[in-house]
Design a protein around this ligand. Structure first.
Ligand SMILES: NC(=O)c1ccc[n+]([C@@H]2O[C@H](COP(=O)([O-])OP(=O)(O)OC[C@H]3O[C@@H](n4cnc5c(N)ncnc54)[C@H](O)[C@@H]3O)[C@@H](O)[C@H]2O)c1
Length: 350
């Protein structure tokens, strides 16, 4: 097995950026060789704390740095396209935070650069690295709850408490909540139920009234195999952050949340021993609560998966195509909420 380390640069030194930084620092597979932020004090603090060779406020300086093999971009959504394309063109592999971009056109530009350069582009759809969601998907794939017929997920976060972002970038009207935050819930449902092909949606604006966009959207989708589903997004809710998600199958139901240390499984009782819970009493009315570690921002698993692909020359697990399809579905839901009509969702060629 190849034991070498991948040399990384990190652009964007916010709380989330520093989470990426520590994941790289603490890994046997990665080395952090450069950090960048447009804010000088963030750069000097990171250089000191992380003991990194290079720190800069100008991300373009990193393009010609031959020490750097791969770059993590933890910068505002609006800048994803420009930096991703430039780093790919400079011969670096790129892990770009979610959402891939704020429009389908920008996603297309990023994918074209990936194809042109032959470098890797991975999108940080973190739910695919979250223990409760990984376990849920595994149980569904094993057929533990029969055939899916209804799926739902929500992204409810009080943005009045959270960061508006440096220079208040989250208040850009282009940063629709369904794309910026709801992409988590949408991507989770796509990962488990496939690409939805039809959507209708409603929205209102009653909580963050000084924000330029609707702050609550509910959307209903048709998925393949006659599965129906719902995504609910609220960025003004008065509660703790949640991504509660429920998967209903013909033989059972799973309730999970990235903020919960267990997931609940309801199942029809089987004759004889249960396949996955042989020691447990399980029924369709009393759930088994499976213990699950809470790790809603599992950047270590995400980054190590990316590094493994670079080391072993294999494709990335959360591809740019997936990133774009999630944006396509989110844009369609937002548009449906604005025009009050059901829309068909058309996906790009892979
Ligand atoms: N995976 C998740 O769950 C998750 C959570 C939070 C944020 N995000 C995503 O991460 C990204 C960053 O979000 P955030 O909350 O950290 O935002 P933030 O505003 O808190 O931090 C962004 C950082 O990027 C820096 N920056 C901005 N423009 C720059 C430029 N041109 N050059 C260098 N540095 C620049 C800012 O100074 C700031 O330090 C966004 O895409 C966001 O959607 C993902």
């Amino acid at each position: 097995m190849n034991k070498r380390k991948v040399n990384f640069a990190l652009v964007g030194l916010s709380e989330m950026g520093m989470r990426h930084a520590f994941s790289i620092k603490n890994s046997m597979k990665m080395e952090l060789v450069a950090v960048c932020d447009k804010l000088e004090d963030r750069v000097s603090e990171a250089v000191n704390t992380l003991d990194v060779k290079t720190g800069t406020t100008d991300w373009r300086e990193l393009l010609s740095n031959d020490d750097i093999e791969a770059v993590v971009l933890c910068i505002p959504d609006q800048v994803h396209v420009e930096m991703t394309v430039a780093f790919l063109e400079a011969g670096k592999d790129v892990l770009c935070e979610k959402p891939m971009a704020l429009s389908v056109e920008e996603c297309e530009e990023m994918r074209a650069a990936e194809k042109r350069t032959g470098k890797r582009l991975m999108i940080g759809q973190i739910c695919r690295y979250t223990p409760s969601f990984i376990k849920t998907r595994e149980l569904i794939e094993q057929g533990e709850i029969g055939e899916l017929y209804y799926v739902e997920s929500e992204y409810a976060h009080d943005y009045s408490l959270a960061s508006e972002g440096v220079d208040r970038w989250r208040l850009d009207p282009k940063r629709e909540p369904f794309i910026g935050g709801g992409c988590h819930a949408m991507d989770l449902l796509r990962w488990i139920a496939g690409n939805p092909y039809e959507v209708c949606a409603f929205a209102n604006h009653k909580c963050l009234t000084d924000w330029p966009v609707n702050d609550c959207i509910i959307s209903i989708f048709k998925f393949p195999n006659n599965v129906i589903g719902k995504v609910f997004v609220s960025i003004g809710c008065k509660r703790n952050g949640t991504m509660r998600s429920v998967f209903y199958g013909t033989k059972g139901t799973i309730i999970c949340d990235n903020n919960s240390n267990y997931l609940s499984v309801f199942k029809e009782p089987l004759a004889g021993k249960d396949s996955i819970f042989p020691d447990k009493h399980i029924s369709q009315t009393t759930p088994i609560n499976l213990a699950i570690p809470i790790n809603h921002h599992n950047t270590t698993y995400e980054l190590e998966s990316f590094a493994d692909c670079i080391i072993n020359d294999t494709p990335v697990p959360t591809t740019s195509y997936d990133g774009e399809c999630t944006v396509v579905a989110c844009v369609a839901a937002t548009q449906a909420s604005k025009i009050g009509q059901t829309l068909e969702i058309a996906y790009p060629e892979e």
